[in-house]
Design a binder for this molecule. Sequence first.
Ligand SMILES: Cc1cc2nc3c(=O)[nH]c(=O)nc-3n(C[C@H](O)[C@H](O)[C@H](O)COP(=O)(O)OP(=O)(O)OC[C@H]3O[C@@H](n4cnc5c(N)ncnc54)[C@H](O)[C@@H]3O)c2cc1C
Length: 262
Amino acid sequence: MKIVVTVKLVPDPNAEKKIDAGSKRLVRTGIETVLNPYDEYAIEGALKIKESLGGDTTVTIFSMAPAASKEVLRKALAMGADDAVLLTDPALEGSDVRGTAYAMAQGIKQTGFDLVICGGLADDGSTGGVPGALAEYLGVPGFTNCRQVEVAGGTLKVQRETDSGYQVVSGPLPALVSVTMAIGEPRYASLKGIMGAKKKSIATLALAALSVDGAVGGDGAKTEVRAVAAPPVREKARVVEAPDGAAGARAIFDLLKEKKLV
Ligand SMILES: Cc1cc2nc3c(=O)[nH]c(=O)nc-3n(C[C@H](O)[C@H](O)[C@H](O)COP(=O)(O)OP(=O)(O)OC[C@H]3O[C@@H](n4cnc5c(N)ncnc54)[C@H](O)[C@@H]3O)c2cc1C
């Protein structure tokens, strides 16, 4: 079985971020690029399935990113993935969720897959829209927000997180799932894994090698960022002091009344 894990390469989540006023996009220069932290959970989920199935099950990492970030994928290989594919082309720059999902689908079809595993959210773009759109462009069932994923006898069985609990859903392969952090803590790369990753393949794929007949990149974007603003600074909290409970309740009531909340 062939498992493909989608991994976005994002600016270090702990670094201070700036938005370029002209392009309204995140300034990425001067900030270290890392694996999207949520995608490390997707890698963990894939490695667990590989361990449970054994045999000739493989895990391929798939990323769409600028070519300069290629070596960042080595960390995913050190965790235990077998190989990686980087879809990269200057014409993809400025892709929105639709363009990203469309281009990735063409690349993943060419790579081949039985199961695609995505993280739930990218730390930078954070729309959470790619997995659903990708399932649609791949033409396979999409199971989102999964906290457990099992494959047995060619059938997929997942537990989907909901607000009040979880649903148990099953379906055929090929399919796509997106996982939550409940899938299990990502493993650390061992020294053996780090050494072994140096020899693993990271193939690059350009648009010319794919059958892309729709617009991608900035030209194909159907969404436009109109404005970007910092969240409003929160007012300083007011501390209400009172000699006893009754006086405290009165002070809180007066405050709520002043704010026209009661
Ligand atoms: C040359 C080039 C330049 C790019 N520049 C930028 C940029 O400046 N800013 C930016 O945000 N994006 C950039 N991208 C990537 C792409 O446009 C975004 O990934 C896309 O907008 C995804 O939206 P999101 O971040 O909200 O993802 P979400 O929907 O929040 O992501 C959910 C999950 O989908 C998967 N996923 C999402 N995007 C990718 C990806 N690119 N590769 C693999 N898996 C993915 C991951 O598993 C992720 O956990 C660039 C790509 C290329 C090729």
